[in-house]
Design a protein around this ligand. Structure first.
Ligand code: PGA
Length: 252
């Protein structure tokens, strides 16, 4: 099955509202470069509604960087799926490695967030990836298998077919060290196998993005791999021209 490439930018805790809106204007001006590639951006929550308004009608997705699993409640500092959707989001990252490492997010919690997103009509983008010591110990596949099976434990096969997965080896995030295209393909093919086990043929339509120091210079060889369906880009997404160059490199 051919999957349309998807390139998403994760701004993390960068950009004021004004900076975010200026970025959207730059992106819109160059959108033709990304023809044939779906785009999405994850602004900080404060800029999300501005970004959604600035990108309205462009077809570019707007995702949260995180969301709470409950519909509402006494959860100081948190944002619900309904609030994200109302602000204009179409999806949300879940379980980014920084959320896992710095905010103690674990697979059981992510399983609740996956279903909460699906029920609210938001696309869950489940982030998984091994730490460096796990790769060195040869346990990458065990880690990925566990993260997928636990993180998707509450979703039905039909629901799983509607998610996006981002494979981000933790040792490659923000370090300038990218997985080789062969390493990425090997991990993505393994992930697709687990997804097939969980969602049957639906796994063929699931986009699996690679993340970790993706730049315009390395994007083409990574996204040329048969099971690499696009990229989740941190640092290089802060500049709209560089995200567009990555998208251009991912064109089929
Ligand atoms: P990076 O971040 O591209 O800066 O390595 C990727 C991510 O954290 O999603």
């Amino acid at each position: 099955m051919s999957r349309r490439p998807l390139v998403a930018g994760n701004w993390k805790m960068f950009k004021t509202r004004a900076e975010a809106v200026a970025w959207c204007a730059d992106l819109r001006a160059g959108l033709a470069e990304a023809d044939g590639v779906d785009l999405a951006v994850c602004p900080p929550a404060t800029a999300l509604a501005d970004v959604a308004a600035a990108l309205a009608g462009s077809g570019v997705g707007v995702w949260g960087q995180n969301v709470h699993q409950a519909e509402s409640g006494a959860f100081t500092g948190e944002i619900s799926t309904g609030m994200l959707a109302e602000a204009g989001a179409t999806g949300s990252l879940l379980g980014h490695s920084e959320r896992r490492a710095l905010f103690n997010e674990h697979d059981d919690l992510l399983a609740e967030k996956v279903v909460a997103c699906l029920e609210a009509g938001l696309e869950p983008v489940l982030c998984i990836g091994e730490m460096e010591y796990a790769r060195d110990a040869g346990s990458t596949e065990t880690i990925l298998d566990g993260q997928l099976r636990s993180g998707l434990a509450r979703a039905s096969a039909e629901q799983i077919a509607r998610i996006t997965v981002a494979y981000e080896p933790v040792w490659a995030i923000g370090t300038g060290r990218t997985a080789t295209p062969e390493m990425a393909q090997e991990a993505h093919a393994f992930i697709r196998g687990v997804l097939r086990d969980l969602a049957g043929d639906g796994a063929d339509g699931i986009r699996i993005l690679y993340g970790g120091s993706v730049k315009p210079e390395n994007a083409a060889e990574l996204t040329a791999q048969p099971d690499v369906d696009g990229a989740l880009v941190g640092g290089a997404s802060l500049d709209a021209a560089s995200l567009l160059a990555i998208a251009a490199a991912a064109r089929p």
